[in-house]
Ligand binder design. Structure first.
Ligand code: UD1
Length: 417
């Protein structure tokens, strides 16, 4: 199993390119299920989650062709097996995003229940209730969701909780439903807007994406399209925090600050200087930074996917930060590992109190989930001496060539087998 070995203490310097967004790419790949014509996606990130999704779609009968450097053409002219088996779903919960498109396009779907994961229970009841409101017959048996519908119809759906993939699943299903669907309390994440833009390029009629009411007027069929995937705001945020925590000076290309307001505000509060350009962000910082408290919540508030990285940064900041996690009930597992590096963190329910210490010391740590892994990388970059991070397969799910990009910025980091 691969590990990452980091020798900390080097401020990051230089330029790096940000990849396409994982959380936009996954629903966009599933959108190809909605049409018999080719969907061309560019700026597709090279990630294990993307490969898993492509394997899953290919199993269903989708033709997948890699075109230019990071482009993919997907064509679902035939879909013989509208099924997402457990062995793939268990490694990637986003497989649930095939449910809505499959039932809308083929009238049937058999998708494994994702089950819990390290960061929490993560049920999919809102996805199921929404599809039922659109007329799908759904029963859950032997761990699988079986859905059938002659043709879905429009419905008014109120989501009890703001759910990102839930909103995306229902939006895709509604694109081919008969009549108008209104999703209330919809997720407002930029990835939802990216999906809506692609669906509209395919002939769908989606309006209001980015707000909390999304309206979809169903159409008879969708056609092929070309779409460029938006930049990854969490990769961007992770590199910004890594630059700030090491007291570095970095320019990130191919990304925009417009999708990261809450994160940029917190970095400024911590003392980092940030300059925003149309297609790039520059950051410079001098250690030590000031501790910054935060509370995660749905977009546009502070993203839960950046909480772990800020915890790592706060470990060596001046002062005390209170971090409250409101989205996932078990998303502080990185704290235990940060303690092994000498951090001072106290967890009480969904709140972590992080007291800044002057220095972290390298140690062997274990990654427990995707963003926890990113926080350990940041801590390793800051710590004195060597940090060895085990179980980095989590990292490969969501960060493209992270050690190469960080090496390019001067970090002493390498993958060991
Ligand atoms: C997406 C992101 C993930 C991010 C999360 C929150 C993708 C592929 N993943 O995950 O990186 O951390 O948003 O920003 O885009 N919930 C229910 N019932 C449901 C659906 C959700 O109770 O049917 C709960 C969840 O358990 C969680 C909360 O709602 O507590 C938000 O989850 P949700 O937005 O659905 O997360 P994902 O879409 O799975």
């Amino acid at each position: 199993m691969d590990k990452l070995l980091i020798e900390g203490g080097v401020p990051l310097q230089g330029e790096a390119a940000i990849s396409g967004a994982k959380n936009a790419a996954l629903p966009l790949l599933c959108a190809a299920l909605l049409t018999a014509e080719p969907l061309h996606l560019s700026n597709v990130p090279h990630l294990n989650d993307v490969s898993t999704m492509l394997r899953l779609l290919a199993k269903m009968g989708m033709d997948v062709t890699l075109d230019e450097k990071s482009g993919i053409a997907l064509c679902a002219s035939r879909l013989d097996r509208p099924e997402a088996p457990y062995d793939l779903v268990k490694t990637m919960r986003a497989s649930i995003l095939t449910l809505g498109p499959l039932v809308a396009r083929t009238g049937q779907a058999r998708v494994s229940l994702p089950g819990g994961c390290a960061i929490g229970a993560r049920p999919v009841d809102i996805h199921i209730r929404g599809l039922q409101a659109m007329g799908a017959e759904i029963h859950v048996e032997h761990g699988y969701i079986h859905a059938t519908a002659k043709r879905l119809h429009g419905a008014k759906i109120f989501c009890d909780l703001v759910t990102v993939t839930g909103t995306e699943n229902l939006m895709m299903a509604a694109a081919l439903a008969d009549g108008i669907t209104v999703i209330e309390n919809a997720a407002r994440e930029p990835e939802v807007i990216d999906l809506a833009n692609c669906l509209n390029a395919m002939g769908a009629r989606v309006s209001g994406a980015g707000g909390d009411i999304v309206t979809i007027e169903g159409v008879e069929r969708l056609h092929g399209a070309r779409h460029r995937i938006m930049p990854d705001r969490i990769e961007t945020g992770t590199f910004l925090v890594a630059a700030a925590a090491t007291g570095g000076r970095v320019r990130l290309n191919g990304t925009t600050g417009a999708i990261l307001d809450a994160v940029i505000e917190k970095l400024r509060e911590a003392g980092a200087e940030i300059r925003l350009f149309d297609d790039a962000i520059e950051i410079s910082a001098e250690a030590p930074l000031k501790a910054v408290g935060l509370r995660t919540a749905p977009y546009p508030a502070f993203p839960t996917d950046m909480q772990a990285q800020f915890m790592a940064m706060n470990c060596v900041a001046e002062g005390t930060a209170v971090i409250t996690e409101t989205i996932f009930e078990n998303r502080f597992m990185h704290a235990q590992e940060l303690l092994r590096l000498g951090a001072d963190i106290e967890i009480n329910g969904n709140t972590a109190v992080v007291k800044g210490v002057p220095q972290l010391d390298g140690a062997t740590v274990m990654a427990t989930d995707l963003r926890a892994s990113a926080s350990l990388v940041i801590a390793g970059l800051v710590a004195r001496g060597e940090t060895l991070i085990d179980r980095i397969y989590h990292l490969d799910r969501g960060y493209e060539h992270i050690e190469e990009k960080l090496s390019q910025l001067g970090a002493r980091i390498r993958r060991v087998h």
